[in-house]
Design a protein around this ligand. Structure first.
Ligand code: KIV
Length: 272
């Protein structure tokens, strides 16, 4: 029997925990395909999230609700094939885990078996306790997601900052504690006040990853199309753009069209 040994080791949940303990911030970005995942992994991102935001940025839906389990597995397996170091977490899509813990376990096992990912993420707290417990009991690492939970958009009605009022903040703190007690290895906090995120990160010993949750958490996550400036329309306050790929790609494609039309491309050197 031959065993494949790669020189670079995949980051583990244990290492992510150590990063929190020694104060090293965790970097996380979304990825949905092989080519982009390879670039992000080689550039040193610690965690790649195959987010259900694929529903928006890859498929053009208005919300994350339409994406299916099969589609998430397709994206996840493409990402996993590219990765040498990053820990790959996959969002469980809407409808694959809420309300039925047996189905939740089946969905999580399908993701792990068919994509080769290293863990899953699901949205919610006390209301998904049974699903989280069952998935964890199968040995699958689970990341929680609290605050703005886009799969519940039709319940909240808006994508504005969550947990500004004391009652919702208290529920979020309790949910975060519950997810840690159940055995989740990390939690994403989306679009909540920075001081509340700091309270969660201080109170809990597992890594807390923020998106629009301020600087006092253990790591940050962004949607890769947003931070690279591929998607120009989305401009929330929490987003820092590291490139303007929309302009770069548009220029490149316009030049290509011009060269084809003018017969400049291909030249004799580019022909056989
Ligand atoms: O699906 C996604 O991209 C996410 C991030 C916003 C955390 O869940």
């Amino acid at each position: 029997m031959s065993v494949h040994k790669s020189e670079v080791k995949i980051i583990t949940t244990h290492q992510l925990q150590n990063m929190k303990e020694r104060g090293e911030k965790i970097s996380m970005l979304t990825a949905y395909d092989f080519s982009m995942a390879g670039i992000l992994d080689a550039a040193g991102v610690d965690v790649l999230l195959v987010g259900d935001s694929a529903s928006n940025v890859m498929a053009g839906h208005e919300t994350t609700l339409p994406i299916t389990l099969d589609q998430m597995i397709y994206h996840a397996s493409s990402v996993v094939r590219a990765v040498k170091r990053a820990f790959v977490v996959v969002d469980m899509p809407f409808g694959s885990y809420q309300g039925n813990s047996s189905e939740a376990l089946r969905s999580a096992i399908r993701i792990m078996k068919e994509s080769g990912a290293h863990g899953i993420k699901l949205e919610g707290g006390a209301e998904i306790k049974e699903s989280v417990t069952r998935i964890l009991s199968a040995g699958v690492p689970v990341m929680g997601h609290l605050g703005l939970t886009p799969q519940s958009i039709y319940k909240f009605g808006t994508y504005t900052v969550r947990a500004k009022e004391e009652e919702e903040a208290e529920k979020l703190l309790q949910d975060a504690q519950l997810l840690q007690d159940l055995g989740c290895f990390a939690i994403v906090l989306e679009k909540i006040p920075a001081d509340l995120a700091q309270r969660v990160a201080t109170q809990l010993h597992i890594p807390i990853i923020g998106i629009g949750a301020g600087p006092h958490v253990d790591g940050q996550v962004l949607v890769v199309h947003d931070m690279l400036g591929i998607n120009k329309e989305f401009k929330p306050r929490f987003l820092r753009r590291y490139a303007d790929l929309h302009s770069i790609m548009t220029d490149a494609v316009q030049n290509y069209v011009k060269d084809v039309k003018s017969r400049d491309f291909p030249s004799d050197k580019e022909a056989y």
